[in-house]
Design a protein around this ligand. Structure first.
Ligand code: GLU
Length: 441
């Protein structure tokens, strides 16, 4: 059985890069009728906030990425203690006492001598007596003793990966204040929850080597790893600084639809082209983690705008009816109105502007050379209510009386009635008008 997890820290709100990871884990689990766990990496209680937990739930639900259960690391501290004791028993965990300043000095010294800044294990060699003396002055923290060997695994996206842990500092897994760090807590969780596949960003590759060693010390085998590349901007620049404005909350506020985000993220960086998929079931039918390359993935926000307008054009009215009605469109007009405007909007929110046009809350646009023509046209426009034939009958008459044709016949009327020079088909606009344009001219 496939069991995956998405493991955000509730220290901020989710951005597009996080959702890419969440979606991959979600799809992998759903494809195999497996379990998708939402794990909150909240051991750092000063930085973790309930408002961020709530925002994570809200964003995932909005996207339809429903999890099967939630696990919180802050509720599992006893378990981490148990497992830490196991590592101490195995001789793979050791207490350290160097202060950040001392470590910094060591690093500078190593770099000066052209050596990699890897922790020199000074504390590992302390006698029990020396440790006792240090403990009176400072609380120790705990490092994992890496085996300093080549750790290799076959990554589902990166292919064969090899990292020599001799080039990595022994990681601190428990801080002096007793805080369990992610690297360790995550290993214990993955073991206890029977995680079969870990999908995450390739910024975790070095962690993976460390985690494979911790797993080995605890007598366990690693799960299958998939390290996807990180999203970069159009010119290949890191997105990290911009991720603030690429939060799911901001995208939602800009009118981007969940289907657009999911369709883009499920295929961007893979060999399958990005096209709108209306829902997660449609994505599941073609999604494959094997189709992703390990190269950095270029992200373009404009693509989300295009996919959102594709969504408006393609979605079944029943699916978005509530969003139409919540914008004040009466139920009786909803479907006809939506069908008239859906091809001319970039987001659902834009329908309100069109509803204002239907109610003639606009400024007509009439050029001086068209004024006479428009006024004559309004004089022969029948009274409300209009229907699907109103536009055709009216403009056929005008063609004869004015001698105008094509754009010269139609465009001044469109501009006078809608205040714009482009938009939905005028036959539908006329049929929907609630207020006669005569009142405005
Ligand atoms: N909380 C970690 C992160 O957000 C989770 C990484 C992992 O999936 O193991 O980077």
């Amino acid at each position: 059985m496939t069991i995956t997890r998405f493991a955000p820290s509730p220290t901020g709100i989710l951005h597009i890069g996080n959702i890419r990871t969440a979606l991959f884990n979600y799809l992998l689990a759903r494809r195999d009728n497996g379990t998708f766990i939402l794990r909150l990496d909240d051991t750092d209680q000063t930085r973790s906030k309930q408002e961020f937990v709530d925002a994570i739930f809200y964003d995932l639900e909005w996207l339809g990425l429903q999890w099967d259960r939630v696990e919180r690391q802050s509720e599992r501290l006893d378990r981490y203690h148990e497992k830490a004791n196991e590592l101490i028993g195995n001789g793979d965990f050791y207490e350290c006492f160097e202060s950040p300043d001392e470590l910094d000095l060591k690093r500078k010294f190593q770099l000066k001598r052209g050596k990699p800044p890897v922790y020199d294990r000074e504390s590992l060699n302390l006698s029990e007596e020396q440790k006792q003396t240090k403990r009176q002055r400072i609380t120790g923290y705990w490092r994992f003793k890496l085996a300093q060997r080549e750790v290799s695994w076959k990554d589902g996206i990166q292919g064969m990966v090899s990292i020599n842990t001799a080039n990595v500092s022994d990681p601190v897994l428990i801080r002096g204040d007793g805080l369990f760090l992610y690297t360790f807590a995550s290993v214990v969780d993955d073991l206890d929850f029977g995680i079969t596949h870990v999908v995450r960003g390739d910024d975790h590759l070095t962690n993976t080597a460390t985690q494979i060693e911790i797993l080995a010390s605890l007598g366990s085998k690693p799960p299958v790893f998939y390290h996807h590349s990180l999203l970069v901007g159009k010119k290949g620049e890191p997105l990290a600084k911009r991720l603030g404005d690429l939060s799911i909350r901001d995208l939602r506020e800009k009118g981007i639809e969940p289907a657009a985000i999911l369709s883009q993220l499920a295929y961007l960086g893979s060999s399958i082209p990005v096209n709108l998929k209306l829902d997660l079931d449609e994505i599941l039918a073609t999604f494959s983690l094997d189709s992703f390359s390990g190269n950095p993935t270029k992200f373009d926000e404009q693509q989300l705008v295009g996919l959102t307008s594709d969504y408006c054009r393609s979605v079944d009215y029943k699916e978005i009816e509530s969003k139409v009605l919540e914008r004040g469109i009466p139920k009786a007009d909803g479907e006809q109105f939506w069908n008239a405007v859906k091809g001319n909007i970039k987001s659902i929110g834009e329908i309100t502007e069109w509803w204002e046009i239907i109610n003639q809350k606009i400024q007509p646009q009439i050029s001086s050379e068209d004024r006479e023509y428009v006024e004559a046209a309004m004089a022969i426009l029948p009274d409300l209510p209009f229907n699907q034939d109103t536009w055709k009958n009216w403009t056929e008459k005008l063609k004869l009386t004015s001698g105008r044709r094509g754009a010269k016949l139609f465009l001044p009327l469109r501009k006078a009635i809608t205040g714009r020079d482009a938009g939905p088909d005028m036959q539908s606009v006329m049929a929907l008008l609630k207020v006669s344009p005569k009142a405005k001219i």
